[in-house]
Ligand binder design. Sequence first.
Ligand SMILES: *Cc1c(COP(=O)(O)O)cnc(C)c1O
Length: 236
Amino acid sequence: MAKGPILTHPVFDTWSALRRRLDDAARRAGRDAKEVSVVSVVKFAALDDVQALRSAGVCRWFAENRVQDAQKRRLGLGETSRSGWRFIGHLQTNKAKAALELFDWVDSLDSLDLAEAFQRRLEGTERRLGVLVQVKLTGRETQSGLGPDEAAAFLERLKTYPNLRPAGLMGIAPMGDDPEAARPAFKRLKQLYDALYPEKAGPDGPWLSMGMSGDCEVAVEEGATLVRVGSALFKK
Ligand SMILES: *Cc1c(COP(=O)(O)O)cnc(C)c1O
């Protein structure tokens, strides 16, 4: 933890409030709150807020959903390290190289083409890129991700890529005003996660990434180990 002055930044009020909500949700579900990590989604955040949160060391994970925005923001932050940065958006294969430079993790892997593109770039290097497989939680064709019934076979294929390290699943629940509406989808994703990753989760996965600002408490109650929070953390 950083000392004194920096924790007076207003972003730490929202951080503490969010952490309390998540800790309470974990307790309700009989879970250890330490199993739940926040991924701070910075896509609409002020640089100043991101900087404060990153330098304080209270949050391990930060995420972006667009490569170009990430490039710009990283310049603004004066950061060159990709440490702690996760990619959570849809990625075109021609952006694989840029994504590898900017991100430590890709949580939204949704095609073998993309897996190939990463493997080609990493071939012969020491690096193993941590990836989560994105699973579709709605029937909507516009959402990217694999169908739940395709995930097992996809994961088997991924295991043949030596420079990728599959370490969990990510899902985006149907958007709505009622967080309870997301619960059945979260339950299904948790079941799939348990089936595909029977091993115990450690500090580097396997992870179950589900829940956003509106439904992160329900997601924690249903077993999320990563929640992706933007608007609740970075208030305008
Ligand atoms: C923007 C985004 C989030 C965060 O959404 P909020 O509702 O602002 O918390 C989470 N996951 C993904 C994939 C996103 O694009």
